[in-house]
Design a protein around this ligand. Structure first.
Ligand SMILES: Cc1cc2nc3c(=O)[nH]c(=O)nc-3n(C[C@H](O)[C@H](O)[C@H](O)COP(=O)(O)OP(=O)(O)OC[C@H]3O[C@@H](n4cnc5c(N)ncnc54)[C@H](O)[C@@H]3O)c2cc1C
Length: 496
């Protein structure tokens, strides 16, 4: 079955919105073919009641390949099936959860590489967002939810996995997943659709090929390490590793460790390692050049400006001129987008962490809606964003929402790039959503006739950002927004 010719329709009316939405609004509702093809699981009435009046029923059920069963893949599978489609979810691991499936990297693997391990979690990791904000919109990540075993507001990583497992069970998603099955290749078919080649773990052959109407990519983007360039490091005798491969502080006992980065992981890992290491020195490229400051709360933790060079005798020289003899350099320098299974026919390229071109960070205009991406934006609350993107994709695929023409989508992408340039943002920040994630979420919600993101969630996210800056050591255990917690818990009652 071919996907409906949704992309070719022109928009019917224009509205003015913020920077995300400077294009026309492309919502068409097809009243003439409102027949649902496939029976969809009935949700509890409380869940249904959160949605505005339903749109007309979809006009086509498509066979879809979803790549990945992390939070994004699960959200996509649920929304695609709700819309009457037939998703098959390919998952390399033996279980759902993606990032939240904690796993030690293989001992012999390259400490600077992805090391055949998907997850980048360290053992001590607690969420860096308050749980009330994190959950899917109609499935709260509440401490009172069934199965919860860690009621803290910023729980350990195991609690997030329990939550995702509960989500998959409640919405009956597990039977859609082909576990231990890796997608090797996705290729556009001349006669329409996409050929997906997958291989079961342990199989030696070249894999099995099947044709799908469309492919939804949910493969995550916290696995392929980005490494800092350090002049002289090739001759430096110490050990380098990336935070992707960090798990526990014990191997750093009595060592001198340099951490590069200022992200949430750098903050956490530097404190974790300081519990066993002799000294920890953070190199932050955004710190003023002369920075060399002892950090409060730890007597063996310093903040520096960026590394200038590494030397053969084991020294590392910072831009402030200070020199440290170090045993380890830990790159907490983020990750690269990577789609090893996509070829040129996907029509996208990845350059300096920009995936280009993508309409609203989801659809490559040339092949939309048959290829889409869920979960690319960063500096966001991920799960609600995944959910809204998934609703949009599901409805575009069924023809209930029309995309603009290819030309209009390309224009929108270009206009967005111009805005980034005007703001002075580097290319690698293309999918960095700080400051406008909620505008984007609300645009998606509007497309799908869904209620906007709750006001308490937006406020709580902002409060947490401030609290984290003010109390980097203790924001997970001390906060000033109990009034928002109370509001969230009241809101959750209709779902629990
Ligand atoms: C250290 C760290 C801390 C974080 N803390 C938080 C937090 O506190 N709160 C929060 O909300 N978010 C946090 N995040 C963000 C987190 O990544 C998202 O919450 C979310 O888990 C991302 O989901 P995803 O489905 O997009 O990707 P992933 O969870 O990475 O899932 C992708 C899935 O795709 C599978 N896959 C990939 N390639 C293939 C293939 N070729 N074939 C088959 N399967 C494939 C993988 O095995 C994996 O299961 C954190 C991330 C990191 C790295």
């Amino acid at each position: 079955m071919r996907a409906p010719a949704a992309t070719t329709h022109q928009s019917t009316r224009s509205t003015t919105h913020g920077p995300w939405c400077n294009q026309t609004r492309h919502l068409h509702q097809r009243g003439e073919k409102n027949k649902r093809i496939q029976t969809v699981r009935t949700l509890p009435p409380t869940v249904q009641s959160s949605h505005p009046p339903p749109m007309p029923m979809p006009s086509a059920s498509l066979r879809l390949a979803v790549i990945g069963a992390g939070a994004a893949g699960l959200a996509a599978a649920r929304e695609l099936r709700r819309e009457g489609h037939a998703p098959v979810v390919f998952e390399r691991a033996a279980a759902v959860g993606g990032t939240w499936l904690y796993a030690p990297p293989a001992a012999s693997s390259d400490p600077l590489g992805a090391a055949a391990t998907h997850s980048s979690l360290y053992a001590s990791l607690r969420t860096n967002l308050p749980r009330e904000t994190m959950g899917f919109l109609d499935f709260p990540f509440a401490a009172e939810a069934p199965g919860s075993a860690d009621p803290r507001r910023f729980p350990g990583h195991e609690e997030v996995l329990r939550y995702l497992e509960a989500f998959a069970r409640l919405f009956d998603l597990l039977r859609l997943v082909r576990f231990e099955t890796e997608v090797l290749r996705v290729r556009r078919e001349d006669r329409g659709g996409w050929a997906v080649t997958s291989r079961k773990l342990g199989d030696k052959g070249s894999g099995e090929e099947e044709v799908y109407d469309a492919v939804v990519v949910c493969n995550g983007h916290y696995t392929e390490p980005r490494i800092a360039v350090i002049p002289g490091v090739d001759a430096w005798p110490g050990k380098q590793m990336h935070s992707h491969n960090y798990r526990v502080p014990e191997p750093f006992l009595d060592q001198v460790v340099i951490i590069i980065g200022a992200s949430a992981s750098a903050v956490d890992i530097s404190r974790d390692i300081a519990s066993t290491a002799k000294e920890v020195h953070i190199a932050d490229r955004s710190a003023p050049v002369r920075t060399c400051e002892k950090q409060p709360g730890n007597n063996n933790l310093w903040l520096h400006s960026m590394i200038d060079r590494a030397e053969e005798d084991g020294s590392v020289v910072f831009q402030d001129g200070s020199t440290i003899k170090a045993d380890v350099i830990m790159h907490c320098t983020g990750y690269l987008y990577d789609f090893p299974f996509l070829g040129d026919d996907s029509t996208i390229t990845v350059d300096d962490n920009r995936i280009d071109p993508l309409y609203k960070h989801v659809f490559p205009p040339e092949v939309a809606p048959q290829l889409s991406f869920i979960g690319l934006p960063w500096k966001v609350i991920p799960f609600p964003l995944f959910e809204l993107q998934s609703k949009w994709v599901a409805r575009v695929l069924s023809g209930r929402i029309m995309l603009p023409s290819k030309e209009e989508m390309m224009e929108d992408v270009k206009a967005f790039y111009s805005k980034l340039e005007a703001r002075g943002w580097p290319k690698r920040y293309t999918h960095n959503f700080s400051n406008y994630q909620f505008e984007y979420d609300d645009w998606l919600a509007e497309q799908c006739s869904h209620i906007p993101i709750e006001e308490w969630r937006k406020q709580m996210y902002n409060f947490n950002g401030i609290n984290k800056a003010v109390r980097p050591e203790s924001y997970r255990d001390e906060w000033d927004d109990d009034h928002l917690v109370a509001e969230a818990n009241e809101y959750f009652k209709k779902y629990l």
